[in-house]
Design a protein around this ligand. Structure first.
Ligand code: ZN
Length: 461
């Protein structure tokens, strides 16, 4: 009897020690061409509601307006029971974000994204009565300037999938936004076309959940498009390879049979039921994510440890009490209260020729760098030592290596290790049938690398 009790006790403790597994289930609600997609969104929202599962519907501005124009208050009300995110004003009508953003820098690109997108965000607010909880790009049309614009529009979460950036296949902070992106094996998508494959998907889900439980918890990301449940090709093939036909020329996508649609709805519900049945698994919306993760600004404890870390490699630091981005650590070493800042807007090269910097000159450079950060909420691309400059990377390494009491400060070379979280594949990561043929955007990946000063894993509370 005692032995049974002991076994029960041990398994209860083991269960309690397992981390929570959260599932974000999201729907890119974008098809404003085929009205049957309205009914699909209604059906999905209603079915999930009955199950007690809350999803996130990332709605396109034009889709919201079309629902309103078609008098579909039933669909709007049903989606309101869930969470509402944003998925661009026109989705695939050119120019798509990566196409115009790659021609632009950080500040002008952000201003242009905000100019183009704020009317769509305003329409989502008006029609659904909430500020969107999150944003995700159409297709693979990612551009990091959107981060600055989204934060200004009050949207704190970037939830999508893509290959441009990723960190350990779990949520991370970048450019001031909480990202669900590059989720790797924790991205799980049941095939809507083959119900027989569902058993394999369940196994995949269980393996992922088990893994995350053992690591102390984590997130699984699953997404669909309501239009997929009623069509066999995407509605936006009208805009393939950058085409821009007039509205009167838009063609409707081919429809699934009613029977095939029923199978799709059944697959979704079976998947949600399977996930829900596992103890410790909880469906969450994008709106809940910021509360589930530790706040973006890490508590700072050990300055010496930060200096050692940053002198060796410029990337985030994970300690027992906090996770700090390289940008936060630079602020700590400059003696300023860390705030959410952006990465530099350009990549500067060091032109400073000597091997050392006199103490007074270096102290002045530190004051100058701190002033820039406070004034602009952004890291400087370079720091001036008189008439010569150090790149941010070399300045940060020099700052971290400085013991603070020598007469001259030895100049050190930076080691931008955090850049490895940004892809080098400027073609494959932007592949999308809607982008013009041969589209590539190395400029956007470079802007992403500059923003990587701010990248760090998001840690569950
Ligand atoms: Zn989409």
């Amino acid at each position: 009897m005692l032995r049974i009790l002991l076994v029960l006790l041990i398994s209860a403790v083991a269960l309690a020690a397992r981390g929570p597994v959260y599932v974000v289930l999201w729907f890119d609600t974008e098809d404003y061409v085929e009205p049957a997609a309205d009914d699909a969104a209604l059906r999905i929202a209603t079915d999930l509601d009955k199950m007690g599962v809350r999803a996130t519907f990332k709605v396109v501005g034009e889709k919201a307006r079309v629902l309103e124009a078609r008098g579909r208050t039933d669909v709007i009300r049903a989606l309101e029971h869930h969470d509402i995110g944003y998925h661009l004003n026109y989705h695939s009508i050119p120019p798509v974000p990566a196409a115009y953003l790659r021609e632009m820098g950080w500040l002008d690109g952000a201003a242009e994204f905000e100019r183009r997108e704020s009317p769509g965000v305003a329409d989502i607010r008006r029609i659904f009565g909430v500020t969107p909880s999150c944003y995700g790009q159409p297709g693979s049309s990612w551009g990091p300037q959107s981060y600055r614009a989204l934060r200004r529009m009050g949207i704190p979460v970037y939830m999508d999938e893509g290959g441009q950036v990723g960190l350990n296949e779990q949520p991370f902070w970048l450019g001031g936004m909480l990202h669900v992106f590059g989720m790797g094996r924790y991205l799980i998508r049941p095939s809507l076309n083959d119900e027989a494959q569902l058993a394999q998907t369940f196994e995949q889900f269980d393996r992922a959940a088990q893994d995350l439980e053992a690591k102390g918890g984590g997130l699984i990301s699953t997404y669909f498009h309501p239009t997929e449940f009623v069509t066999t090709a995407f509605w936006d093939m009208n805009f393939a390879k950058g085409a821009n036909p007039e509205r009167s020329e838009w063609k409707k996508p081919p429809r699934r049979t009613a029977e095939a649609s029923e199978r799709c709805y059944r697959i979704l519900l079976r998947y949600a039921e399977h996930a829900k049945a596992r103890p410790g698994v909880r469906f969450v919306t994008a709106r809940e994510l910021p509360q589930l993760y530790e706040s973006q600004l890490g508590r700072v404890t050990d300055r010496a440890r930060i200096a050692r870390h940053l002198a060796a490699h410029e990337t985030f630091l994970e300690t027992e009490d906090a996770v700090l981005s390289a940008a936060e650590m630079v602020q700590v070493l400059l003696g300023i209260e860390p705030a959410v800042v952006e990465g530099p807007v350009t990549r500067a090269q060091t032109a400073y020729r000597e091997t050392g910097i006199s103490r007074p000159a270096f102290e002045r450079a530190k004051v100058d760098a701190a002033g820039f950060i406070r004034a602009n909420h952004r890291l400087p691309a370079e720091v001036w030592i008189g008439s010569q400059k150090l790149s941010l990377a070399d300045f940060a390494a020099t700052l971290a290596g400085d013991e603070g009491n020598s007469g001259a400060v030895e100049v050190r070379k930076g080691n931008l290790e955090m850049q490895k979280y940004i892809s080098n594949d400027d073609t494959g990561t932007f592949s999308w049938p809607i982008h013009p043929e041969g589209f590539r955007a190395p400029e956007l990946l470079e802007l992403g690398r500059l923003q990587a000063w701010t990248i760090k894993p998001a840690r569950l509370r």
